[in-house]
Design a protein around this ligand. Structure first.
Ligand SMILES: [Zn+2]
Ligand SMILES: [Zn+2]
Length: 445
């Protein structure tokens, strides 16, 4: 009886311990179940880029409850429409200003994970067809991790100083959300950060682990539209036409020599034609063919070689086909759908990695190679990487599943797959632990 009373008294004492006496592991343990619940709610209610109304409202609500000053509806797109960006500030005396970013948007994919909390959401695309909506890139993990991190940093205020500036970013998948927020003067209005951090979940690491690249982390992405113009006519009388379909065939094959023959093999790059449209009927030679390209590069010289190569190849193919000057190819670089290199500042990377090792153990922190995916997080570092930023990877695959896949050589559903499904509990625990530890160390008193 006596010992039970003592235990009860101890438990009471623990549960009423002041916030400053809490430790990060205790906070993570206490919050985990609620965070998984929030995650499942966001996962089952995904919203496409430009339409993150409810996700941003949920995030704003949680951050306000955690004691942050939140401003919503930040961001302007080039067409003048309003974005659903948000900024949440927690000031804690003089010290560095740390930006932490979470992106909020989902993808037009029909979810096939079979999870009890899978998305049932459908929407119409531009052509009026029903498309699914799914958090197939794990931005639901990012939003939930931000909520957990915000709570932990608020509870651990005695351990840090400075200002935490949380960014809920819309439209990462369309690569125009960060730009929309910067165009809306987010730094002029809320202060320019000294440092910036983000994480992204991944299938190439197990839950419970993280990884980090030093220097280039994700490639730059440049979207290019090419219109090859010919002279249309009857399919049976090609001699009276200039066939843009044949030109498109030559153009696509020639493009393959940019990376293989013109680019430095030690500076990798990618050129992909993802979309091609031309013609209406088998016996008509069309007037033009439209192609949509994406290109990836890890350096500005490589990016430039690709852009020059695409232009030259288009012009060369047109020249060879005898296209008149007034029907020359049109090559358009879509700056609004392009993203710069995501560059992890080397000095900051060392600091971030050290705090990850301290929080998770060296065996759970891996060095990562750069990947050819792209992000717009780098824009928050401003031109020329003026603000040091780092993005690290958060493993999201259930560890046993990950080990089995490694052993058998099978690949697991990755980002943007209809079957990509993070292991919520361990991923969120690790994400909150990692992000909070990094913030605490960068804002250390
Ligand atoms: Zn994505
Ligand atoms: Zn993503």
């Amino acid at each position: 009886m006596k010992s039970q009373q003592t235990l009860a008294a101890l438990l009471l004492c623990l549960s009423t311990a002041p916030a400053w006496a809490q430790s990060l592991p205790t906070i993570v343990n206490d919050e985990a179940a609620n965070l998984v619940e929030i995650y499942k709610n966001i996962h089952s209610h995904p919203e496409l880029s430009h339409y993150e109304e409810h996700t941003s409202a949920l995030l704003a609500d949680e951050l306000r409850k955690a004691g942050y000053t939140v401003t919503e509806h930040i961001g302007k797109y080039p067409n003048g429409s309003q974005a659903y960006g948000l900024v949440a500030i927690l000031s804690n005396g003089p010290g560095p200003r740390l930006l932490i970013r979470a992106d909020m948007d989902a993808l037009p994919i029909v979810e096939e994970t079979g999870a009890s909390y899978a998305s049932q959401i459908k929407t119409k695309n531009a052509s009026g067809q029903d498309v699914g909506v799914m958090h197939a890139c794990g931005h639901d993990v990012h939003v939930t991790t931000m909520i957990g991190t915000a709570r932990a940093l608020a509870a651990l205020k005695r351990q840090w100083h400075g200002t935490v500036m949380l960014i809920g970013q819309p439209s990462e998948e369309t690569i125009d959300g960060a730009n929309a927020m910067l165009t809306d003067h987010v730094y002029e209005r809320f202060g320019t950060p000294d440092l910036g951090i983000a994480l992204h979940d991944t299938n190439f690491r197990a839950a419970g682990t993280v990884s980090i690249a030093n220097g280039a982390a994700l490639a730059s992405s440049t979207s290019i539209d090419v219109t090859l113009r010919g002279v249309g006519g009857h399919g049976a009388r090609p001699q009276e036409s200039k066939d843009p379909i044949v030109m498109a065939g030559e153009f696509i094959v020639q493009l393959q020599t940019i990376v293989s023959r013109q680019e430095n093999p030690r500076d990798p790059a990618v050129v992909t034609v993802g979309d091609i449209h031309g013609g209406t009927k088998r016996n008509i030679i069309p007037d033009e063919v439209k192609l949509e390209l994406t290109t990836r590069a890890f350096s500005e010289p490589a990016r430039q070689i690709i852009l020059d190569g695409v232009r030259r190849t288009a012009q060369g193919v047109a020249l060879a086909a005898g296209i008149p000057a007034d029907r020359a190819p049109i090559v358009t670089v879509l700056e609004n759908e392009s993203a710069p290199l995501t560059y992890n500042d080397p000095a900051l990377t060392v600091r971030v990695k050290a705090s990850l090792v301290k929080a998770l153990g060296a065996q759970n922190v891996f060095d990562e190679d750069p990947i050819t995916g792209s992000e717009d997080f780098g824009l928050f570092g401003l031109e020329g990487h003026r603000i040091p930023t780092v993005l690290f990877w958060l493993g999201a695959v259930e560890p046993k599943k990950f080990a089995a896949a490694r052993a058998s050589g099978h690949s697991l559903p990755g980002l943007h797959s209809s079957r990509y499904l993070p292991d919520p509990d361990l991923t969120l625990r690790t994400g909150v632990t990692a992000m909070t530890s990094v913030a605490l160390s960068l804002l250390h008193k």
